[in-house]
Design a binder for this molecule. Sequence first.
Ligand code: NDP
Length: 473
Amino acid sequence: MSDVKMLINGEAVTADERFDVVNPATEQVIAQCPLANQAHLDAAVAAAKSALPAWSAKTIDERRAIILQMADRIEDNIADLAQQLSEEQGKPIEGFAGLGAMFELGGCLAWIRYTASLDLPVEVIQDNDEARIEVHRKPVGVVGSITPWNYPLLITMWHVIPGLLAGCTVVAKPSEYTPLTVLKAMHLLNDLLPPGVLNVVTGKGDIGAGMSAHAGIDKIVFTGSTTTGKRIMESAAGNLKRLTLELGGNDAAIVLPDTNIAEAAGKIFATAMINNGQTCAALKRLYVHEDIYDEMCDALAAIAASVTTGPATDNPDFGPIQNKMQFEKVCALAEAARADGATFMTGGAPLDRAGYFFPVTIVRDIPEQSRLVQEEPFGPILPVVKFSDVEDALARANAVSVGLGGSVWSADIEKAKALAARLECGTAWVNNHAMIQPDAPFGGVKQSGLGVEFGRYGLVEYTNIQTMQIAKG
Ligand code: NDP
């Protein structure tokens, strides 16, 4: 596949240099993608800048109509896009609990269509004999979107669609591990948009940093690691870019002794292993009360033992880990847990075959200080930690530098809610985890990020306020 091209000013653009895209199930190169240089980035930013006045001058209803056509176009090509996504990302088309590639495509449609229904009404603060004061929402300008490899198309839509609706133009950079589905989708959508409104550059190594420092970009929206988020913040200082940063987490769940294990175990398993554990708000540390610890470990291990891991072409529950870097990180955390004396109830070592396959792994009797508990694994491995005192469990849940999500599980909703309110995180669930939806704001506290995405709260992050004061009398 050497016909893969970027999208700059409405044109398909190639580059002299290319980089390999690898199928994680086979470790084979499936495409070569253009390696953008600074001139490509400059051209994309210039195109976005020159498209901005006309795009932002359209009414929100005009932009909404185009965005809804974009959703229809995605829907018309859903099978093709899901196939491409499955090949480059590794996730099965259907997968465990139907949370595979088709789920990601369905999410794209849900998010695009809900976001398109939003408005940015003028707010009247005062209207009396002295003055009328209105609050207007203006597009922030050119948005740079940098997206990861776990949900390549869905997260691109999370960034791009509210930006377009608000009247911004966009330069998007997909992960170098998974650029193909995003490119395919954006080329499909190209004729619906004026040239330059939506541009895609692909590269690795320096394009993300180039975007963060670019004087022609007014805002960066980034989903990825905390380390890179901090670098973006530093390089964005030059022109005081607006930032939305959705970074890593290490979500804790606290399971109280009155929890119905038969009901909870399935949900806990699904929300820990969603997308093979490669989900920012997946459940990543499970604290279970000593009274039900053995029973919960056994229930989780039974589910883990019943699922399959393999190439998407075999229609398994779970595919490979998406890339070698992440695969090696999961292997290293498993080894560290083993060295710390933890017990592996299932899995624990990579599959003996080509591809980045690591089976679903449930780990018990693990010390709190093990790296597997303290660091985000971002893979199919769940440490189950015993507690006897709920205040101690809460303290451990909060004793990390990140705070994306967290949950409390109990038959007593009020008790669970009171405890969940004390979790230091952006989203707290009761008797669930990792459930997000297009109308509910989502973001992290502490080092899990800055700002929120989704719904009206997310949309206004693509705007600046202009206060209009009209004197009277
Ligand atoms: P990173 O989060 O480090 O992000 C890589 C992306 O950021 C690339 O597109 C890269 O572009 C860009 N980038 C790198 N340096 C800079 C910079 N200085 N300024 C702006 N952009 C930059 O991803 P990794 O794939 O390396 O994953 C690392 C960890 O992140 C994982 O192990 C996982 O824990 C976590 N993660 C979290 C996700 C989430 O949903 N929150 C998603 C994926 C990963 P370029 O190559 O052009 O430099």
